[in-house]
Design a protein around this ligand. Structure first.
Ligand code: PEP
Length: 249
């Protein structure tokens, strides 16, 4: 399975103004140097997707989005359809991020609809799963992950249109990371689930690790079996850090 090409995905969250274009350009300029190791994806706020996608044309970075609405159009004030994101230049859409699950009460059924919307629009869905500290302390990690996988992955997904991101909620933005041994166990569990559900495609689907990935820990985490890249929050805002993480693949 380790012939799977890694994906380093940056999630800018609610950060970035037009002035951030300079930082994105620095990523574009450095991308050729890491393109031999990994695919690079940057998911800026929706306001910057079109401008970034235009600048990224012909470069070794693709642009994505952080969320979408399940429907293709309609009376949903303030929401953005997957089709609109693809029209703006997004080729991947993060769905089910723990901040959306927590801030907006999103559950597995809605996350699945959003992942289906991404596929309908022609984008890769990056479905996030992960346990909280409380769930972890209660020994419920694998049960929680099984429930999220069962509930949020579209039937008939392929390695081209689905990526799974394991992001322990307690590791996001905290500087804490699981041990390599824990990551190996959990990614192995996710791999088993994916191959049972999607057969040959499940064996080739990328499983990203996310949660406090930074240049100093990226190489160790990326070397773990069944870790096929990273979903990076804070450290994706700086070109130097983001590119250094990709060099760790
Ligand atoms: C994230 O929220 O997807 C994430 C991984 O954040 P950070 O890298 O800042 O922990």
């Amino acid at each position: 399975t380790d012939a799977i090409r890694p994906l380093i995905a940056g999630n800018w969250k609610m950060n970035g103004l037009k002035a951030s274009t300079a930082e994105f350009d620095a990523m574009l300029n450095g991308a050729a140097g890491v393109a031999g190791r990994a695919d690079l994806l940057v998911c800026p706020p929706v306001t910057l997707i079109a401008a970034f996608a235009d600048r990224a044309r012909g470069k070794a970075v693709v642009v994505g989005a952080q969320d979408c609405h399940p429907k293709a159009s309609g009376a949903h004030t303030g929401d953005i359809a997957a089709e609109m994101l693809v029209d703006a230049g997004a080729s991947a859409i993060i769905v089910g991020h723990s901040e959306r699950r927590a801030d907006h009460g999103e559950g597995d059924a809605l996350v699945k609809q959003k992942a289906e919307a991404a596929r309908r629009a022609g984008a890769t869905a990056i479905v996030c799963i992960g346990e909280t500290q409380t769930q972890r302390d209660a020994g419920q990690t694998l049960d929680i992950l099984r429930g999220q996988l069962d509930g949020s992955l579209p039937d008939g997904s392929t390695a081209a249109n689905l990526v799974v991101a394991y992001e322990p909620v307690w590791a996001i933005g905290t500087g804490l990371t699981p041990t390599a041994k824990d990551v190996e166990q959990i990614h192995g569990f996710i791999r088993e689930f994916l191959t049972a559900s999607f057969e040959a495609d499940g064996a080739r689907m990328r499983i990203l690790y996310g949660g406090s990935v930074k240049p100093s820990n990226a190489a160790e985490l990326m070397a773990v079996k069944n870790v096929n890249g990273a979903l990076v929050g804070g450290a994706s805002l700086k070109a130097a850090d983001f590119l250094a993480i990709a060099r760790g693949c």
